[in-house]
Design a protein around this ligand. Structure first.
Ligand SMILES: C[S@@+](CC[C@H](N)C(=O)[O-])C[C@H]1O[C@@H](n2cnc3c(N)ncnc32)[C@H](O)[C@@H]1O
Length: 279
């Protein structure tokens, strides 16, 4: 048997395990809406007790697991539509973790960059090799020297930022998006917003749990931005293309019964997908 890969990741970097696990779990469902076989293969190769997530998920009902798989589903759907219009699209996946969106949406022509912190990229390289049209950038997204690394800029450039902004302050997110707008004037960006109450709940959960080695609820959330409306105040050139609840299109899975918490999150717009045109 091949030896499993040990993890040497910082606290924020470890959060990549949650969406990875969510996607791998969804693969196992009979009526799966996201067939991410890569996620399942990667999970099997890691020396990590993913069973510890089951207990978190039981307490937080289904939303932790599902919200991550649903986020990936929605991002895939948006990207596939853009790729139909721009078959040679350039995508920069910021805070890529062990995400395999490229593998799920690839049309054989798109060019894709996965950017993350050095230890995450080192792990990523062990599990998912780079390829001709899929290159890795080992930098913080806040270190904007990475703009020079984007050598292949097609007519349309799209940034995907999944599960990253909530770890940063609202003003950091604003400055970053405005900087992207300046450097990549007609680009688009897809990310999620989390309502302030979710951030508050996560912080409470963190304080009330003893952060064990395998705990991932120990990350410090900063909030990111809580609503898409805010971006209109930053620049009148930014257009909100789409903004909907991660839990909107639940009929994609016939067997899925939304929990009370999920209905609440949907009603109060606590976890939204945002798609913007930056100019
Ligand atoms: C919750 S995970 C999301 C991973 C991936 N987007 C997904 O959906 O599976 C957050 C990711 O953001 C990365 N990250 C955190 N701070 C970062 C920074 N300053 N620059 C680049 N990546 C960062 C972490 O290493 C981690 O891979």
């Amino acid at each position: 048997m091949t030896e499993k890969i040990k993890l040497h990741l910082g606290e924020v970097q470890r959060t990549l395990l949650i969406p990875l696990w969510g996607r791998a779990q969804e693969y196992e469902n009979t009526h799966s809406f996201l067939k991410d076989k890569f996620a399942r293969e990667i999970v099997a190769k890691l020396d990590f007790d993913f069973g510890s997530f089951d207990s978190i998920a039981k307490r937080a009902s289904k939303q932790l697991r599902l919200s991550n798989a649903l986020r990936a589903y929605h991002i895939d759907t948006i990207l596939k539509k853009i790729i139909e219009k721009y078959p040679d699209l350039t995508v920069v996946n910021i805070g890529a973790g062990l995400d395999t969106t490229f593998q799920r949406v690839d049309n054989g022509k798109i060019f894709w960059y996965d950017l993350d912190l050095p230890d995450t990229i080192a792990l990523r390289k062990q599990l998912i090799p780079e390829s001709e049209r899929n290159k890795y950038i080992s930098k913080s997204f806040l270190d904007i020297t990475w703009y020079q690394d984007i050598q292949k800029r097609s007519k349309k450039v799209v940034f995907v930022v999944a599960g990253v902004f909530p770890y940063f302050k609202p003003e950091q997110v604003r400055d970053f998006i405005l900087s992207l707008q300046h450097e990549f004037p007609s680009s688009e960006i897809i990310f999620e917003t989390m309502g302030k109450i979710i951030i508050w709940l996560f912080k409470l959960l963190h304080r009330s749990r003893k952060a064990g080695e395998n705990s991932v609820v120990n990350s410090i959330f900063q909030g990111g931005i809580s609503s898409a409306k805010i971006v209109k105040k930053w620049s009148d050139k930014i257009e909100i293309v789409d903004n909907f609840s991660v839990f909107t299109k639940l009929n994609i899975n016939e067997s899925f019964e939304p929990t009370f918490q999920i209905r609440l999150m949907k009603f109060f717009k606590l976890y939204q997908i945002v798609h913007l045109k930056l100019g």
